[in-house]
Design a protein around this ligand. Structure first.
Ligand SMILES: [Zn+2]
Length: 433
């Protein structure tokens, strides 16, 4: 009885092995190679499938990608494939070396399912990398019983492939922005393409210096740089300098979002200082809980906040005057004509300079210094939407926050390209995901 049972299991195993090979032949077939002999490992946690060259099929040299006569065999290598019902799957193959006349040396062969030194098959790397866009890298590793390092390896393969195969021709508009990462003052420079039909991350640079941003122009080359028509940036001086030098023909626009953010920051300083001063002088805590009343746009306030704001406006506080200046400035963006916008800007700066509120005066000085660039907004405003850079940068921040594993620049760079660069992917004959 026991013997018969073992035999049944044995037969069952063979049938199953054949089914697995049938499936593999259906979705992961490679000319010149055949699958044979699928079996469980002794602990039943792994399935191993042998691969051998088809009779008479010559090996392909990995140096020149041409068939070449065989030389010898290397020890058997294990290539990890997509797990099957929670069971790890490995393809076992003994790589051949070829004596390539083209390359003039003995070279290891090229196999269609693998790539260089990667332990994972291309199909599995693409599979993991696609999941790593939907889940965090850690979750991806947990879901497929693999390691974070292997997920990272998979993403790197897909990103490197994508960067090699992407096309950058005809970039009309770019946006440049910095993003803070890690603790302390570590920054990345991100460059986005913000054309109407295509928005994507096109470059990640370390630091936010002149040298680092110049790296972007080295990558795209002079011809592409000379075709850029619009550049959108914040007021960070190194960016302004590089853009003036490398994209002198482009219309340079200051990013609206950054100006609004600067304005809010100034207002917050005024409010905080005044709150402290009033508390020291023993006045009633008028400004308590006022932060959102003055920072939010009026139409976004809750009814209670509106009431509180109306209350505040009765007092001739610095905060109130700064608030009114900030609200007034919103009108700037409504203009159509650069001339009228300029007139408004000059008047606003004049008022702010007379306000005797230092943070607002500082803003006015900054705006005056960048007057020409600010007015470019009106010359270009119909060309592309100004919120694009902000939206992309928010996505970049989410990408960074999603994993604590992104500690080094390289990992962060990979993660950002992977989720924001819309890179092309290597093609497989079967869609596993
Ligand atoms: Zn060769």
């Amino acid at each position: 009885m026991a013997a018969r049972f073992t035999l049944e299991v044995f037969v069952f195993d063979i049938v199953r092995a054949m089914e697995l090979i049938t499936i593999l032949n259906h979705c992961h077939r490679h000319r010149g190679f055949v699958y044979q002999n699928a079996r469980f490992s002794p602990d039943k946690k792994t399935i191993e499938v042998e691969v051998r060259p088809r009779q008479g099929a010559a090996a392909v040299c990995s140096g020149c990608h041409k068939p070449a006569p065989g030389y010898d065999h290397l020890p058997k290598r294990r290539f990890e494939f997509i797990p099957f019902w929670g069971i790890l799957v490995f393809l076992l193959y003994q790589m051949r070396r070829v004596n390539c006349r083209n390359c003039g040396r003995v070279v290891v062969e090229e196999v269609p399912w693998g790539d260089g030194k990667h332990q994972l098959t291309r199909a599995y790397m693409l599979f993991l990398a696609r999941w790593a866009r939907k889940l965090s890298w850690k979750e991806t590793a947990e879901t497929f019983h693999t390691s974070w390092d292997k997920v990272c390896d998979a993403v790197e393969y897909v990103v490197v492939w994508g960067l090699e195969h992407r096309t950058l021709e005809s970039i009309r508009a770019i946006g440049v922005d910095e993003i803070q990462y890690a603790k302390g003052h570590k920054y990345l420079t991100l460059v986005y393409q913000i054309d109407q039909g295509l928005t994507r991350l096109i470059w990640v640079g370390k630091e936010r210096t002149i040298e680092s941003f110049q790296g972007f122009f080295t990558v795209i080359g002079e011809k592409l740089a000379s075709q850029i028509e619009f550049v959108c940036s914040d007021m960070w001086q190194p960016y302004l300098d590089v853009i003036r030098h490398k994209c002198s023909q482009a219309l340079h626009i200051l990013d609206r979002f950054h100006i609004v953010a600067k304005m809010n920051k100034a207002l917050d300083e005024v409010r905080a200082a005044e709150t402290r001063r009033m508390a020291q002088d023993g006045h009633a805590p008028l400004l308590k809980k006022s932060r959102w009343c003055v920072l939010k746009r009026k139409e976004n306030l809750t009814s209670q906040q509106k009431f509180r704001l109306r209350d505040l406006l009765r007092y001739n506080l610095q905060t109130v005057r700064a608030y009114l200046l900030k609200e007034d400035f919103q009108q700037f963006w409504e203009y159509n004509s650069p001339t009228w916008a300029g007139t408004f800007l000059d008047f606003w700066c004049y008022q702010a300079m007379r306000s005797r509120i230092e943070p607002m005066k500082k803003i006015a000085r900054t705006l005056r210094a960048h007057r020409a660039l600010l007015l470019n907004y009106f010359k270009a405003r119909k060309q592309f939407s100004s919120g694009v850079v902000e939206g992309l940068n928010n996505k970049a921040k989410v990408t960074m926050r999603r994993s604590y594993g992104f500690r080094t620049f390289r990992i962060l760079e990979l993660a950002l390209y992977h989720s924001l660069a819309k890179l092309p992917e290597p093609e497989l004959t079967h869609e596993f995901l």
